[in-house]
Ligand binder design. Structure first.
Ligand code: PSV
Ligand code: MN
Length: 438
């Protein structure tokens, strides 16, 4: 669609739709809020503090997650889904409008390429959307590219291919600089499918050399996030396969390099919250890709399968926040694939799960838990977490949304607006568009 003059009246969900839906639910919401306030007050927690902290929470949206995802078997596009980066930003602004939680989008290049980044930044500003970490993509070949990434990119055996991948990352930094982004996330698909195909030590050395070249070009206030993933597309060995390799690389590179934890990128049953604690303890927790998974990857909506794990992750994040006294500022972003739902609805639900996990982590009685831990009172220490997790904090989240101009019931309000159906009338249907590997 390109950058066109923005008619503010046309942005997102009409305010009167939000007001009408909130009116319908307001009495019940206020009653629930008063009940929760009273309940928390008995535990010496001021609900207003929780609401204020939730309102200050910010989570970035994945541009690629605004479009229906797919599997290696099929993708089922949704009429009215975005067809370019501008329309993705329109949809991001709807999620932010209804939740007040998602003021930025994380772009992915070249998927989000356009010819006017100053215009794109202005378009974002007009929609209340800024730009989170930029993602480079050297896991696919792009049209017109000289050398293939079939056998790797930043760790490729041939210097010219590594150089091409380095240059793409530098281009991403340049673009991100124009957009006001402050970080680049590097995830590579490099690895091997056969024992003997490549030498573990050589590939990591080459990867590190390439990352050093990228790191040297980071603007002074930027960070470089290293994202690890256990497997896929390489099924035998992956160059940056776990948080151990990730932190070694981040430590080797320097202060501006940190690790990014994608919740879907771990072996089954791994204690992810403990990884979070370790990375935070050593100043290397840079960012997050929130999602959920049942088996292998970043395929499902945050909190949809294992909400207790999400809460435990936030428990560690809040604990690191307290220890860091203001210096602990990881970039929270989502990375999900929405294959069978309207992406906006999935993201609205995910925003609620993330904010809810944060709110529950905030009400953990940490002083009591420390006391129980010191006394080895296992059940009571454990219950400090269990009781916080079992608390219904929905009214506090709804209040945070209402005060940000959002909806008491975001999905009901979104449906009442007929946003997607209206977009289906004006957006050019593009069956070939997808998020790539998601
Ligand atoms: C890889 O699976 C990943 O988690 C990385 O963050 C990519 O950038 C993203 O998904 C999209 O493919
Ligand atoms: Mn990811």
């Amino acid at each position: 669609m390109g950058f066109v003059a923005i008619d503010r009246a046309m942005l997102g969900i009409p305010p009167e739709v939000i007001a009408k839906d909130n009116d319908r639910l307001m009495d019940a919401h206020l009653a629930d809020y008063a009940a929760l306030a009273a309940r928390l007050a008995r535990e010496n927690i001021d609900i207003e503090d929780i609401v204020a902290r939730v309102m200050a929470l910010e989570v970035g949206l994945p541009s690629w997650g605004m479009v229906s995802g797919g599997t290696r078997f099929a993708r089922f596009p949704l009429p009215g889904e975005p067809t370019d980066v501008y329309e993705k930003i329109e949809d991001c602004s709807v999620v932010h409008q209804l939740t007040g939680l998602t003021p930025r989008v994380s772009l992915h290049f070249p998927w989000d390429r356009t010819d006017d980044y100053v215009g794109l930044r202005q378009f974002g500003e007009a929609h209340g959307i800024g730009f989170d970490a930029i993602n480079s993509n050297t896991f696919q070949d792009q049209a017109g590219q000289k050398r293939s990434y079939k056998f790797g990119s930043l760790s490729h055996s041939q210097a010219q291919t590594r150089q091409q991948a380095i240059e793409h990352n530098l281009q991403c930094i340049e673009t991100g600089h124009i957009l006001g982004s402050k970080a680049i996330t590097v995830w590579i698909g490099d690895g091997s499918n056969f024992p003997g195909q490549s030498e573990f030590t050589d590939t990591l050395e080459r990867y590190l050399d390439s990352l050093r070249a990228i790191y040297r070009h980071l603007p002074h206030d930027w960070r470089l996030f290293i994202e690890h993933k256990m497997y896929e597309p390489a099924f035998y060995s992956t160059v940056v396969q776990d948080w151990g390799t990730s932190i070694l690389c981040a430590q080797t590179l320097g202060d501006k390099a940190q690790c990014l934890v994608d919740l879907g990128h771990h072996a089954p049953n791994v204690n992810i919250e403990m990884i979070v604690a370790r990375l935070a303890q050593f100043g290397k927790l840079g960012g997050f890709h929130f999602n959920d998974s049942k088996y292998g990857d970043d395929d499902l909506d945050s909190g949809s399968v294992n909400p207790f794990q999400l809460f435990l992750v936030f428990n560690e994040l809040v604990s690191a926040e307290i220890r860091g006294k203001g210096s602990f500022k990881p970039a929270y972003m989502m990375d999900q694939s929405h294959n069978v739902t309207d992406p906006i609805e999935s993201l609205l639900n995910s925003a609620r799960a993330i904010a809810g996990s944060y709110a529950k982590a905030l009400i953990v009685d940490r002083a009591a838990m420390k006391g129980y831990q010191a006394d080895n009172d296992v059940i009571m220490a454990h219950n400090c977490l269990r009781l916080a997790f079992e608390t219904d904090v929905r009214a506090a989240l709804a209040m945070a949304r209402v005060r940000s101009g959002g909806a008491i019931d975001p999905i009901a309000c979104y449906r009442a607006s007929s946003y997607r159906a209206l977009k289906a009338e004006v957006r050019q249907y593009n069956p070939n568009l997808g998020g790539g590997i998601v």
